[in-house]
Design a binder for this molecule. Structure first.
Ligand SMILES: NC(=O)c1ccc[n+]([C@@H]2O[C@H](COP(=O)([O-])OP(=O)(O)OC[C@H]3O[C@@H](n4cnc5c(N)ncnc54)[C@H](OP(=O)(O)O)[C@@H]3O)[C@@H](O)[C@H]2O)c1
Length: 300
């Protein structure tokens, strides 16, 4: 496989340049690439400027970014309501003809519930939640567009600044291990590295599960975080109790259980996660949280 630095174009646009986008941007700049980020708020535009990035500020619900960059990362989420992704569809309508390569972050929620089975990217897409149906619409929009694109199906992202501290401080319950569904995770830095590998090596039109390859349960994740943060372990409840006490958003994650194979990512993208499981990935996130500000900045 060609090294990344020989396979990426000179310029890239990151649409939805938030946490993951900034991680990708810093890697691209280290490789000498010119990067522009698209965000909606003044605050996020200021964060891009502070990171030395060019910023386009616009609302994807109204406008589509104008660009002639040969590489586009689409990291903006669909709107919070409805069954589709009009933001992405609006942009793609402006990109017929001269097509950039587009790397799109989707979600593993598009598979719906797989009753804990190991699955790969050929699993039928049967989203349960409205959130995942909007992602499926985005994936379909990309297929209908027909331009060069790569889809990343991403599970729960964790990393420095992305731990469930508030939830653990509220002492909210988790489903006990015997009944807890399987969940899959990826460290935010691994996701950023995988996105670059996808840009350089992803096959046109292909989808990739971007996961650390070691699924655990929700109970395991929250209990590990609590232990590392020095917080009390979350109380454990049965599935029946959870159905009564969880918010609809929390419950929606209980209805899906699957174990994601990342074999296609490893074989075709040539990417092996630096953090292959929570035991490797979580301690550094907590250390970043408790380190003095200067160290936090350099760790992220
Ligand atoms: N959290 C997870 O575990 C998970 C799992 C799977 C997939 N994902 C997806 O992964 C992607 C990247 O995640 P992330 O953590 O980097 O997200 P993030 O930090 O929230 O960044 C999202 C970016 O999208 C921009 N954006 C949102 N709505 C916009 C609009 N209407 N117009 C213009 N810009 C808009 C935001 O700009 P402003 O800040 O200015 O609003 C922000 O820069 C997201 O699509 C997320 O949904 C997340």
């Amino acid at each position: 496989m060609l090294p990344l630095e020989d396979s990426l174009p000179a310029r890239a646009l990151i649409i939805g340049c938030g946490d993951v986008g900034l991680r990708v941007a810093s890697r691209l700049r280290a490789l000498g690439r010119e990067v522009t980020g698209v965000v909606r708020s003044d605050q996020s535009a200021a964060a891009l400027a502070a990171a030395g990035l060019a910023a386009q500020r616009l609302d994807l619900d109204i406008d589509a970014p104008a660009t002639d960059a040969p590489l586009v990362f689409w990291f903006a989420p669909p709107p919070g309501e409805g069954d589709g992704d009009p933001r992405l569809r609006r942009f793609l309508a402006t990109r017929r003809g001269a097509s950039p390569r587009l790397v799109y972050i989707s979600t593993s929620g598009v598979y719906g519930d797989c009753q804990g089975r190991w699955i790969d990217e050929d699993e039928p897409l049967q989203p349960l939640s409205a959130r995942a149906r909007r992602r499926l619409d985005a994936e379909r929009a990309l297929a209908e567009w027909g331009g060069d694109h790569v889809i990343l199906r991403v599970p729960g992202i964790y990393g420095p600044g992305r731990l469930p501290v508030a939830r653990l401080r509220q002492n909210l319950p988790v489903v006990r291990p015997e009944e807890s569904p399987y969940t899959n995770r990826i460290h935010a830095d691994d996701l950023a590295d995988a996105a670059l590998c996808a840009a350089a090596r992803g096959r046109p039109g292909a989808a990739y599960n971007i996961s650390d390859g070691h699924p655990t349960t929700m109970c395991d994740y929250f209990s590990r975080c609590a232990a590392l943060l020095g917080l009390p372990p979350p109380p454990q409840v049965t599935m029946a109790e959870a159905r009564r006490v969880f918010t609809p958003a929390m419950w929606s994650f209980m209805e899906e259980s699957k174990r994601l194979s990342n074999r296609r990512m490893v074989e075709q993208l040539g990417f092996a996660p630096r953090y292959p499981d929570l035991a490797h990935g979580l301690p550094g996130c907590v250390a970043a949280l408790t380190a003095p500000p200067a160290m936090v900045a350099s760790a992220s």
